[in-house]
Design a protein around this ligand. Sequence first.
Ligand code: AMP
Ligand code: MG
Length: 356
Amino acid sequence: MKKKFRTVIRKLDEKRPNQNIIKNASDLIRRGEIIAFPTETVYGLGGNALDPSSVSKIFEIKGRPPDNPLIIHVADMKMLKTLVIQIPPKAHRIIKKFWPGPITLILKKSNLVPEITTGGLNTVAVRIPRNKIALALIKKSGLPIAAPSANISGRPSPTSAIHVKDDLAGKIKLILDGGSTTIGIESTVIDMTQRIPVILRPGGISKESIEDEIGKICFHDSLLSNGSKKTRIHRSPGMKYQHYSPKAKVMLVEGVENHVKKRIIQLTEKLEGEGKKVTIMTTSKSLKVNPEKIQYMGRTLETVARNLFANLRQADKDKIDVIIVQGVQYKKSGFAIMNRLKKAASTRISAQSKSN
Ligand code: AMP
Ligand code: MG
């Protein structure tokens, strides 16, 4: 897509979003334009979800495949009810507990939602975001806003206005800058049209916390298996596409912590011996390598999630050839973090014992 706009970045205070800026942004949405705005997960690229022409612009700007449907962001239950034909009791319980927040529900869609928004499916993905700028924008425009992440398809999701600018300058008129996003990874997507709800994408709310609320749920098979891509059934169309890839090659090292650390050091030496520029994304403060090579991801899973995409993007700015990433545990938000890292990685290494 050609660059045709001068992209303006407007800073807002999340606690008290400037009403003039919100009015200006919502006018653009009402006129069928596309803008970028912060949510608590990542920055979104938003347009009127009910207008096929707006939605087609979103797909075009991102270079997103048309069969990968969009999440619709709403401000309240009244708006939600116009988009769906039914809200099952378990969905009500999730809404009560986690909204506004980083969990997206798949529900049966109403006729109001154009097919282009849902990629031709008879279901729709919806959520109420928690970020006050996003909420003010939806309320002021009076429209449900379809918004995928505001990056070029395949790239790491943007967690700051600068990331959006790096990908989309010239392609959109306005970026609302609310600072760095707090969660840092995308919402959990859960299919509520099944008797036992199915997580299609792990994200900001963990399986454990959802189960505490509504009892048994499951992960979609493709999230559990490492099986061949051909054999997977893609209930969520987005599952089949390449994601989160920086320009640098990503190598993911998982396993027992001490062995992982040793393997990371060996790999770094080997790659540097081949003349490669290497960075290490790690949760360990005791890795025995030159600190300049390290991008520390933080101590808790929450901070790792918050820093993840920014770390991947920073490596590209630093013209890194290979990013070696230390895996995290597959529990709570660690499951969602590993989901992103597995998709970003072209090589996975299991360091379970001294011999491998
Ligand atoms: P993104 O907009 O990139 O954050 O991704 C949204 C995710 O939700 C993608 O993985 C989509 O495939 C998925 N999604 C959106 N709508 C639906 C739907 N109606 N049914 C199943 N998955 C959906
Ligand atoms: Mg995305």
